[in-house]
Design a protein around this ligand. Structure first.
Ligand SMILES: NC(=O)c1ccc[n+]([C@@H]2O[C@H](COP(=O)([O-])OP(=O)(O)OC[C@H]3O[C@@H](n4cnc5c(N)ncnc54)[C@H](O)[C@@H]3O)[C@@H](O)[C@H]2O)c1
Length: 424
């Protein structure tokens, strides 16, 4: 039997906003004698989360009125029905101003000590920062990568690197992938392992195997486990072309194999939700910058910030205006998307602050006055990828805050000064 409660006053009740609702759990209200007199239905909105809101999990933590959005007392005896995300999802969508509570508690919300998160590509640049985020949130990280733990782990994770369960394996080794998930009781996945643009252009066959088949292997392992609750994975602005295509039927098509493979995975993820109920969020960053970015053409601005911090010279090898996302924001986006994953297949674009290479250099100059003469800019103009109709991550997490380019560059410089000279 379902139990209904009205949408709280002062909050939008039109359909597009409804998917932001998250249902909480029942909280017992007891009399002085300790007798249960009522159950309180707690309705959470994403707005009610504290920034990062990672430790909210209604059925395991006693929610308090202050920390949660809205409470309403209902009579006792409400029948609890088992979690059924797809039914719950459709009810949410169908009923515009009444939330029908067919399930009580969404345990998937927030990381708890018992959450084990598998990170693929954890030896890489973004993967390392994702591991740091997981450790800070008290989730248990397991990582799979073809490369062993890199030295950057020591610089970014410090002594906590020892807490990461590290498995050296390829995504294409399906047996080991499945074993990793089963053996360590994985509940969430953050999928980052991939070959990047130059490798995919050089060898599309290999790129397709790793990026498309490897991703499918992972979705399949998640499905077979029956325990994985949700998955966040790296899509990319590379699925968008630099400008609107020649005809309205073909806007912004991916200009590279890499972009095409990312788009293929987005379509595959949608099928895993449709047919097997595996919920996922595709996170699309543009150019990710920050400490420890050292590979690829677009690593130039990050390496320039490093050089300036160390008093060295550097030439950024491209010009043009592209969007920049700071790596700690990107790591947070993957973490929140994995543990707060809504039902369905969701695609989100990161905000990516637009800047020319010269403007990036000015941000370095703002962090280290006088450094402008150390940084040269020279190379071809690279085109910016433009989402025709972006769905920014703030639509999923209304409390989302992005680090400005100025702050991100300052943090990057501080990281290098701290790790090289012990000063900030
Ligand atoms: N860096 C950016 O600007 C950017 C922008 C948009 C999207 N992305 C995406 O974010 C993800 C992480 O990017 P990154 O910058 O950290 O790249 P990275 O190259 O530093 O990390 C990728 C990791 O994947 C691993 N890997 C490659 N093939 C594998 C396989 N077969 N099995 C297991 N591991 C394998 C690599 O060893 C590497 O450690 C990628 O999916 C990338 O496409 C990156």
């Amino acid at each position: 039997m379902a139990n209904a409660t009205k949408v709280p006053p002062g909050t939008s009740d039109n359909s597009p906003a409804i998917h932001r609702w998250v249902l909480g759990g029942h909280q017992s209200v007891k009399s002085r004698q300790g007798r249960k007199t009522a159950s309180r239905v707690v309705v959470l909105t994403k707005h009610s989360f504290a920034p990062g809101g990672a430790s909210v999990s209604c059925s395991r933590f006693a929610p308090s009125d202050e920390s949660l959005g809205y409470c309403r007392d209902v009579p006792t005896g409400t029948k609890r029905e088992p979690l059924n995300i797809s039914r719950w999802h459709s009810k949410i969508r169908l009923e515009s101003n009444t939330i029908t509570m067919t399930c009580l508690g969404w345990n998937e919300m927030g990381a708890t000590m018992s959450d084990t998160v598998l990170v693929t590509g954890g030896s890489g640049f973004i993967g390392t920062w994702v591991l740091r985020e997981l450790l800070a949130r008290n989730a248990k990280p397991v990582m799979v990568d073809v490369q062993p733990a890199p030295t950057r782990w020591r610089r970014v994770l410090g002594g906590r690197a020892a807490e990461v369960i590290s498995i050296e394996a390829s995504l294409l080794d399906r047996e080991r992938l499945q074993d990793a998930i089963e053996q360590h009781g994985v509940t969430h996945i953050i999928h980052l392992a991939a070959l990047l643009t130059p490798e995919c252009q050089k060898d599309p066959w290999l790129g397709c195997q790793v990026n498309v088949l490897g991703s499918t292997a992972l979705f399949e392992a998640a499905r077979r486990s029956g325990r994985v609750r949700s998955l966040a994975y790296a899509s990319s602005y590379a699925v968008y072309g630099p400008e609107v295509g020649d005809s309205n039927d073909e806007p912004n098509r991916p200009p590279t194999f890499y972009g095409a493979f990312k788009q293929a995975v987005d379509l595959i993820a949608e099928q895993y939700w449709r047919h097997f109920g595996i919920a996922s969020v595709a996170v699309r960053p543009h150019v990710v910058y920050g400490p420890e970015r050292d590979q690829g053409l677009t690593a130039g601005p990050s390496l320039a910030a490093r050089a300036a911090a160390l008093g060295e010279t550097y030439t950024i090898g491209y010009t043009g205006r592209v969007g920049y996302d700071y790596v700690e924001d990107v790591a947070r986006a993957f973490f929140r998307s994995a543990v707060e994953c809504p039902p369905g297949h969701t695609v989100v674009d990161l905000p990516s602050e637009l800047a020319t290479t010269e403007e990036f250099r000015s941000a370095i100059e703002a962090a280290i006055p006088g450094s402008v003469s150390q940084i040269m800019v020279n190379g071809p103009a690279i085109p910016s990828n433009v989402p025709p109709s972006p769905n920014y991550i703030s639509n999923l997490f209304p409390d989302w805050q992005a680090t400005s380019l100025l702050d991100g560059v300052r943090k990057t410089v501080e990281f290098y000064r701290q790790s090289m000279f012990g000063v900030s």
